[in-house]
Write a new protein. Sequence first.
Length: 172
Amino acid sequence: MKHAQTSARADFMLTYEFNAPKEMVFNAFATAEAMNEWWGPAESRNSTITLDFRPGGIFHFKMDFGSQVAYGRLKFEKIEPYDLLEFTNAFADEQANVVKAPFDVPLPQEIAYRLVFSEENGKTRILITGKPVNGTAEEVDGFHSIREDMQRGFSSQFDQLAGYLQKTGGRS
């Protein structure tokens, strides 16, 4: 079940419900094997370069689109097992250095995300919020202009996560 919540200039927000316990959903962020299965655009083959799942650690990954390759990086800021995950997300180079997004829309180089996990009757809900980090006024406007694309992208990723959880023993 998906439900998007936004207002014109508020942080990006999305909720998504999984038919699996929150420990299982949370743990899908903690291993390279799991992240390879579901993180990133559905149209790319994704592979982990580095995953250091701890505050200050990074997840550096490659997205192979066939004729194009891109890299991304999450830097974990706060991890409260099964309840909270905070990280910054950015495009990166092969060495995990932050780089500008490969789009025509001006965007901040990093976006901060906060994921809150809650469980009721064996179903887990993630509330994800996102906001620009150190963006110029033009980059912040760009961030707000792609809100619908971000909703589609995260919904697609979380659909992939639901499929992974179902395949590995969850009920999603």
